[in-house]
Design a binder for this molecule. Structure first.
Ligand code: AMP
Ligand code: MN
Ligand code: MN
Ligand code: MN
Length: 277
C-alpha cells in the first residue's frame, strides 16, 4: 500500500483537475489518495466515479488560527456533506473572497487593476494568495511567485491583509463531527520556535487532534525523526503526504515524500481505530 494524504486540485491553489491527480497517483503506484484542498471539498464528488482503481479518502485542509499564528489542519475520512463542517468551510471561503477583495483594493491604490476579474475566471472555489501571486506574475509586476509573496503577500508586504481564519479547536471539532480524523499539517513550515512547536502539539493533542504529518515534500530525515518522536510522545498517530500543487514544480510529485520509519508506520493514521475507507 502507498498513501498520499495531502495534495491540492484546481478547486483551491493546485494547478490540476481532480482527475489529473487520480491518474498521476495511479501512475505513481499510490493506492490511497486524499485530495485536501484548502477549505474546500469540491474535488471529492468529481472523482468518485473514476477512482475505482484506488481508494479515495475524502479530505480537506483547513486554515486556522492558533495563538495568533496561522496553522493548517488536514481532515481525513470526512463526511463532506455534514452541516457543521460544510458551514465552516463556506465561512472560510467567504473570508477568502473578502480578503481577496481587500487585496484588490490595495493593488488598485498602487495603480494595478483587474485582480477580481482575473480570479473570476478561475475554476477555484477557495481563492488564495497563490492566485494573487500568479496575477502579479502574469501582469509582469514580479518575476515569480516567491517574489510576489516576499514583496507583496506576506506580513509586512505591500498588500498584505490579515486573514480571519477559524480557531484550531473549531476545525478539529468540525472534522470530528463529520466523522473524520484531524492532522496537524507540515509542522515545520510555521515560523515557530522549537518550544512553541511543542506547545502547539500539546494544545493540538488536548483539543482532541489525532495525528501529525511527519513526512511531506522535501522534509529531511532528521526533522522527520524529531516530529515522529514528538507525535509518539503525545500518543498521536502520524501522517504523510506530498502537498502536491503543480507538476511544473519538479521537486514534488503525487506519492513523493520520504519513507516513514518503522515505528511511524506502526502508528500511521491508516492504523487508527477510526480510520475508515
Ligand atoms: P492563503 O491560503 O491565501 O494563505 O495562501 C497560502 C498558499 O500560498 C499556501 O497554501 C501555499 O500553497 C502558498 N504559499 C504560501 N507561502 C508561499 C511562498 N512564500 N511562496 C510560494 N507559495 C506560497
Ligand atoms: Mn496551497
Ligand atoms: Mn498547508
Ligand atoms: Mn497543503
Amino acid at each position: 500500500m502507498k498513501f498520499d494524504l495531502h495534495c491540492h486540485s484546481h478547486y483551491s491553489d493546485g494547478k490540476h483537475s481532480p482527475s489529473f491527480l487520480v491518474h498521476r497517483a495511479l501512475a505513481n503506484q499510490v493506492t490511497h489518495l486524499a485530495i485536501t484542498d484548502h477549505d474546500c471539498t469540491a474535488a471529492i464528488g468529481e472523482v468518485k466515479d473514476i477512482s475505482a482503481m484506488l481508494t479515495l479518502i475524502p479530505g480537506v485542509e483547513i486554515s486556522c488560527e492558533w495563538q495568533r499564528h496561522e496553522i493548517h489542519i488536514v481532515g481525513l475520512c470526512i463526511n463532506s456533506e455534514e452541516l457543521q463542517l460544510e458551514s465552516l468551510l463556506l465561512a472560510q471561503q467567504a473570508g477568502r473572497r473578502a480578503r481577496l477583495k481587500e487585496m484588490g483594493n490595495e493593488l488598485q491604490k498602487l495603480g494595478v487593476d483587474g485582480l477580481i476579474e482575473y480570479c473570476a475566471k478561475l475554476t477555484c472555489k477557495s481563492l488564495s494568495r497563490s492566485h494573487v501571486a500568479d496575477f502579479l506574475v502574469e501582469k509582469g509586476i514580479v518575476k515569480n511567485r516567491q517574489k510576489a509573496f516576499k514583496t507583496f503577500l506576506t506580513k509586512g508586504g505591500r498588500i498584505f491583509v490579515e486573514p480571519n481564519w477559524c480557531d484550531m479547536t473549531e476545525a478539529i471539532d468540525a472534522i470530528h463531527n463529520a466523522k473524520g480524523l484531524s492532522v496537524l499539517a507540515h509542522p515545520t513550515r510555521y515560523p515557530l520556535s522549537k518550544r512553541k512547536l511543542t506547545n502547539l502539539v500539546s494544545n493540538f493533542a488536548i483539543a482532541g487532534g489525532d495525528a501529525i504529518e511527519v513526512s511531506y515534500g522535501n522534509v529531511d530525515l532528521h526533522t522527520q525523526k524529531h516530529l515522529t518522536e514528538i507525535a509518539l510522545g503525545k500518543s498521536l498517530h502520524v501522517s504523510a503526504g506530498s502537498d502536491f500543487h503543480d507538476s511544473n514544480a519538479h521537486w514534488t510529485d503525487i506519492g513523493k515524500y520520504p519513507t516513514l520509519e518503522e515505528r511511524a508506520e506502526k502508528n500511521a493514521i491508516w492504523e487508527h481505530p477510526k480510520w475508515h475507507s
